[in-house]
Design a protein around this ligand. Structure first.
Ligand code: SF4
Ligand code: SF4
Length: 379
């Protein structure tokens, strides 16, 4: 296994506090216009479905004002525009106390609420280890560690419940050792949960991905693996909390005075967050969606914050001298899935085997954008 620590610019700072932005003026729900169930001037409630498509629910209460074109994940789409009435009127959700939890009830709630989580738990019998991955790989992004700090009791409580349900021996939350000072305070709370431990790992790239983390930890026995985001989603679903319409989003980079981690309502616009909370150092920048290593270029005006968008990096434009490949072999040596990046690039052979990890671009001294061509349409 090839493990690399990425260099980071110490001058790019991300605030250690979460900034809440839970009252956007408007949200933009991506919809198929033939499946919309509401009309102009209708009042919608939080968590109310607005379309016959599954999973499309409003994250604010307010009035339907019409349709607008937006770009979501680089694709032009229709969106239903809701104007906030700032009243937070919501559909009532059933709340459940932790003490009521048993395996049958747990699986029944997942069957009703979330197919992807049900798939993880449905056939789970014996669990020796529960591994919760809170590692963040992308430079200048701090969603996971902030999510952990912000929801400590819910997360530790849910993990404790899982450890009791499945009688697991090891129950660990994994963070990078460079993040440990940020959660020092939190570590005191863990004393109330003696069967949970925090495991620190080195600052190696790709440990946010399941196979690399499990190989690094040398976990062999029956393991239940969840990301910290999944653990929070699970806690929200099982306990009927109304948090599934919010998400964490890091906006940082050297074009900003200071980066921030936001807790935002889903489907708000990036432009509104930028105008209200962030100061640019320059207007000559590139906007990268979802991280420097794995992300893609975007525009402020186009972006709606959907589930798939975790970070926005704004970097000052630099003159980068791209030269011809001089066959140093670095891209070949670093590829975690043993592809030959320069061969695939020269032959123009995109492959789905590429993880889009960005390591070949990162090490290439000639600054050739290998990844984009190798990943091709699979991106
Ligand atoms: S981006 Fe693809 S080709 Fe490049 S190192 Fe990662 S997996 Fe290999
Ligand atoms: S790292 Fe860059 S210069 Fe070196 S072999 Fe790969 S493409 Fe060529």
């Amino acid at each position: 296994m090839k493990l690399i620590t990425l260099n980071q610019d110490p001058n790019i700072i991300v605030s250690k506090k979460v900034t809440e932005f839970l009252n956007p003026d408007y949200i933009y729900l991506p919809v198929d216009k033939n499946k919309i169930m509401v009309k102009q001037n209708d009042l919608v409630l939080i968590d109310a479905p607005v379309s016959r498509e599954t999973n499309i629910v409003s994250s604010i209460s307010g009035m339907v004002t019409g349709l607008r074109d937006v770009y979501i994940n680089g694709t032009k789409m229709k969106s239903l525009v809701i104007k906030n009435n700032y009243k937070e009127n919501r559909i009532n959700l059933k709340r459940t106390a932790y003490s009521q939890l048993n395996l049958a009830y747990f699986l029944d709630v997942l069957a009703k609420k979330d197919a992807s989580l049900l798939a993880i738990f449905k056939n789970l019998k014996k669990v020796d280890n529960i591994i919760i991955n809170a590692v963040e790989d992308e430079p200048y992004v701090a969603n996971n560690i902030m999510l952990f700090k912000d929801n400590l009791n819910e997360l530790l409580g849910m993990l404790d419940e899982l450890s009791i349900l499945y009688k697991s021996n090891t129950n660990a939350i994994i963070i990078k050792e460079k993040d440990s000072t940020m959660i020092e305070e939190c570590l005191k709370t863990i004393g109330s949960f003696p069967n949970i431990n925090i495991t620190l790992v080195k600052d190696y790239y790709l440990l946010s991905q399941k196979p690399y983390l499990l190989a690094y930890l040398k976990v062999k026995n029956e393991t239940l693996y969840l990301s910290i985001k999944d653990l929070l989603k699970l806690a929200n679903i099982i306990h009927g909390l109304d948090q599934n319409n919010v998400k964490y989003l890091t906006i940082s980079g050297n074009a900003l005075k200071e980066g921030k981690v936001f807790k935002v309502k889903k489907y708000c616009s990036l432009a509104e967050i930028m105008t209200k909370y962030l100061k640019l150092k320059t207007t000559d920048y590139e906007l990268i969606v979802n991280g420097l290593m794995r992300g893609y270029l975007g525009q402020i005006t186009d972006l709606i914050i959907t589930d798939e968008i975790d970070s926005i990096i704004l970097m000052q434009k630099e003159e980068q001298h791209i030269s011809k490949c001089f066959n140093c072999g670095k891209c070949l040596n670093v590829c975690p899935v043993d592809l030959n990046p320069i061969y695939l690039y020269k032959k123009n052979k995109p492959t789905k085997k590429c993880l889009n990890c960005g390591l070949c671009n990162y090490v290439c001294p000639a600054h050739i954008d290998l990844k984009t061509k190798i990943r091709g349409k699979a991106q």
